[in-house]
Ligand binder design. Structure first.
Ligand code: GLU
Length: 317
C-alpha cells in the first residue's frame, strides 16, 4: 500500500521558493521553472522565498550569487523573503543529521566516488541505485576501511512505497529500497547532501509549494521520507517539463545554452524573454512580450496540469 501523502497547503498561506544553485548564469529552463513557481504562489495570494543553494562550496561561485539575484529582478521575478544561504545553515543540518543518527538510520559508506555529487541536486540520469555494499559492515571492517578513507554517510531506506500527487505529473511513487537504495546525506568531506539540506530548509522557511524541474521528481520520494522521519511539514509539488536543446539534450548552464545573456541579445528586453518562454511552454496563448505580473492575469493553478503538451520536455526554440 502506498503511504498516503499529506500536504500543508490546506491551512497555511502558500509559500513557494526560488532555489538556484549559483553554479552559472540562468538559462531559459531555469527562468521557466522560476516563472512557474512565481505564478503558482502569486495566483494563490502567496509569497516567494529566495534561497541560494550554495551547499557545494567548490561549484558555487560568488559572482553567480549576485548575478542570479539581478537576473530575477531584471525579469520581474520578485521575492518576498530572503535571500537565505545554505552555506550558513550547517547547524540546522547537523541537528537533523544527529536525529537520524539517534534513530539508528545512518551508516558510514566507504565506496569510492560515492559522494561526488551529493551536495548538488541530482539531475535526470544522475541517480544511481545503491546496492547497500557498506550497510552491514562489522565494526572491525569499518575500522579497517577508516584507515584509508574518510566515509560519507548514508541513510537507510525502508522497503516501502512513498508517493505524491504532483500538480503536473499526477501520481508518482517509488519503493525506496528498490528504486533508490540507501542514499547519501553527508559527503566524506563533511558537507551535507542536497537531499537533507533541501528538506530542512523548506520546512524551516515555511515553504509549502515546491515548483521545480521534472528532473527532480525522482528525488521527491526521498525528500518525503526524510520529512516524515524528521517530523517536518510536507509540501505540494509541481514538477514542470524541462526545456531541451537539440536531440533532447537538457539545457545546461555549462554549455551556455539559452543563457540569459544570449536571450537578451536575441529578445532585447526582459518582457520579450518572459513572453517568449511563456508562449512556447503554453503558459500564455502567444509569445507576446509580457511581465510575470501580466501573465498572472490569465494564469490559474488549474491550468498548470493542462497547459503543457508534453509533461516531460519542451523543445527550446
Ligand atoms: N538548487 C537546485 C537546482 O538549482 C534546485 C533544488 C530544488 O528545487 O529542490 O538545481
Amino acid at each position: 500500500m502506498p503511504v498516503e501523502t499529506h500536504t500543508a497547503l490546506e491551512n497555511a498561506p502558500v509559500k513557494g521558493r526560488f532555489a538556484p544553485s549559483p553554479t552559472g548564469r540562468m538559462h531559459a529552463g531555469n527562468i521557466y521553472a522560476a516563472l512557474c513557481a512565481w505564478l503558482v504562489a502569486k495566483s494563490q495570494g502567496g509569497s516567494i522565498v529566495l534561497r541560494i543553494e550554495d551547499l557545494d562550496r567548490e561549484r558555487s561561485k560568488h559572482e553567480y550569487i549576485d548575478a542570479v539575484q539581478r537576473d530575477f529582478e531584471f525579469l520581474g521575478l520578485t521575492w518576498d523573503e530572503g535571500p537565505y544561504f545554505q552555506s550558513g545553515r550547517d547547524e540546522a543540518y547537523q541537528q537533523a543529521f544527529d536525529t537520524l543518527v539517534e534513530k539508528g538510520l545512518v551508516y558510514p559508506c566507504y565506496c569510492t566516488r560515492a559522494d561526488l555529487h551529493a551536495a548538488s541536486a541530482p539531475h535526470r540520469g544522475e541517480k544511481l541505485i545503491y546496492a547497500g555494499t557498506c550497510r552491514n559492515l562489522t565494526a572491525a571492517q569499518r575500522a579497517q576501511r577508516e584507515l584509508s578513507r574518510k566515509p560519507a554517510q548514508r541513510l537507510i531506506v525502508p522497503d516501502e512505497v512513498y508517493a505524491l500527487d504532483d500538480l503536473v505529473q499526477g501520481h508518482y511513487e517509488q519503493n525506496l529500497a528498490h528504486d533508490c537504495g540507501d542514499f547519501l546525506i553527508r559527503r566524506s568531506d563533511g558537507a551535507f547532501a542536497y537531499q537533507l539540506a533541501v528538506v530542512v530548509d523548506d520546512a524551516a522557511q515555511g515553504v509549502n509549494s515546491v515548483v521545480r524541474g521534472m528532473d527532480l521528481l525522482c528525488s521527491t520520494p526521498q525528500q518525503i521520507y526524510l520529512q516524515r522521519i524528521l517530523g517536518l511539514s510536507e509540501a505540494q509539488y509541481a514538477h514542470v517539463p524541462l526545456l531541451v536543446a537539440e536531440r533532447n539534450r537538457r539545457l545546461s548552464k555549462r554549455d551556455h545554452d539559452a543563457s540569459i545573456d544570449c536571450l537578451l541579445e536575441r529578445f532585447k528586453s526582459p518582457e520579450a524573454i518572459v513572453g517568449h518562454i511563456a508562449g512556447i511552454t503554453g503558459l500564455a496563448p502567444n509569445c507576446d512580450p509580457a511581465t510575470p505580473e501580466q501573465l498572472l492575469e490569465t494564469f490559474t493553478i488549474g491550468r498548470l496540469s493542462t497547459c503543457f503538451d508534453d509533461l516531460v520536455q519542451i523543445q527550446w526554440r
